[in-house]
Design a protein around this ligand. Sequence first.
Ligand SMILES: Nc1nc2c(ncn2[C@@H]2O[C@H](COP(=O)(O)OP(=O)(O)OP(=O)(O)O)[C@@H](O)[C@H]2O)c(=O)[nH]1
Ligand SMILES: [Mg+2]
Length: 458
Amino acid sequence: MMQETNQKPLRAIIAAVQIPGVTDAELDASLTELRQLAKTLGFEVVATFTQKRAGFDPGAYLGQGKREEMRSFVRNEPAADHPQDAPPENHDAADAAGGQGASQDRADVILVDHEISPSQAYNLEREIGCEVMDRTMVILEIFHRHARSRAARAQVEIARLGYMAPRLREAAKLAGPQGRQRSGTGGRGAGESHTELDRRKVRDRIAELQKELDAMDLERRTQRARRQERQGLARVALVGYTNAGKSTLMRALTGSEALVADKLFATLDTTVRALYPESVPRVIVSDTVGFIKNLPHALVASFKSTLDEALEASLLAHVVDASDPGFERQLAVTEAVLDEIGAKEVPRLLVFNKIDRAGDEANQREREAALRAQYPGCIVMSARRDGDIVRLHEAIVAFFRQNLIEAELFLPWSAQKARGEIFSTCEVLEERADNDGAFLRVRGEPAAVARLREQFNR
Ligand SMILES: Nc1nc2c(ncn2[C@@H]2O[C@H](COP(=O)(O)OP(=O)(O)OP(=O)(O)O)[C@@H](O)[C@H]2O)c(=O)[nH]1
Ligand SMILES: [Mg+2]
């Protein structure tokens, strides 16, 4: 894996082919996102190389001219051209990294903005002389570093093994019978000889992890079922593009300590907490893994269980970073993935967050008005404003109150111990008493009311 021990951050160059049908704006958004992903891994991006082409070069992704240009950049050879589309920080960083020492490479890794084949990666790596990571590898690496729980670790490992397996085979083939020693980075096998045995090991390991996961899943399902039984069924899941502010809102809505970080995929496990201050009905909030464009398919599959939380919720609060110029695309990506996992029918509360970052106050008001017009019923807010958190809290509670039903319960004097249960699961609207006991008019979740009715109706 990429060494994290180095004091100096690894220097990365970004490479992308722009194929017909991809607009400049789309390319830009994708590159910005890849830079953010690189930053999340602690890389310093020193240059960006892009190229318009009818298609990817089957041998090495980019055309030959571009590859040569990149090679002279990396080797710090005097080249006529400077990297195209280089972001402003590039020149300084590149100069600092290169210095006078002509022998010193100016980059450690090439990040490719697509998923490429093992042989394309191999050829690029050999020709340009530094390690290659494609978009999928970058995302897998982030997931790998951020996974905390046993389940998340196992899921990420399965996804990585699934991604590596064909690459191990390819690397072995390309390296020939000797099994050329590779740099040992990027996880494509540290110069091992890749035999049938290795392949079987990978398969066995995946099976073993899958078994562990199934066991954990079963355990979680039972726990979840018990929890729901105890707590009623009002559940909201915070979903949305990575970095939109889900964990921040989770924290604000529940008074919990969810991990918040200006990183992509800070959250990889679902956390579950009750809304605070507590409401009637009691609402359970879950924070979920962020979405991203082209989420590696292996990860969509392996994170399905994390996203299952979303499916079980009766409301999805879809959090969107309203200050991101690409927010509409992010919104669409999230909706598409939600469709894919079968959450199309779950009601949505669209939450446009980070409005405080959308320019000055006039800009913010303008943006807010536009959003409200375009997405009726949405909430426009900033997690930094307490009043906005209260509004979000109210909107969530209001959703669940729509479904509440009322009932009259009779609680005999002999059963006063049950008062606590009634008061904690329902809102008591009215209470009167006679010689035999108390009459309580209550409002609550259908499931909670039904349970109480069984015991105390008359
Ligand atoms: N200015 C501003 N920053 C915000 C707001 N909400 C969240 N942030 C910041 O945005 C960054 C990302 O927030 P998170 O809550 O970690 O985002 P997330 O959606 O949980 O991200 P992942 O877990 O990576 O999917 C953090 O640096 C937050 O402090 C907001 O309303 N305004
Ligand atoms: Mg998060």
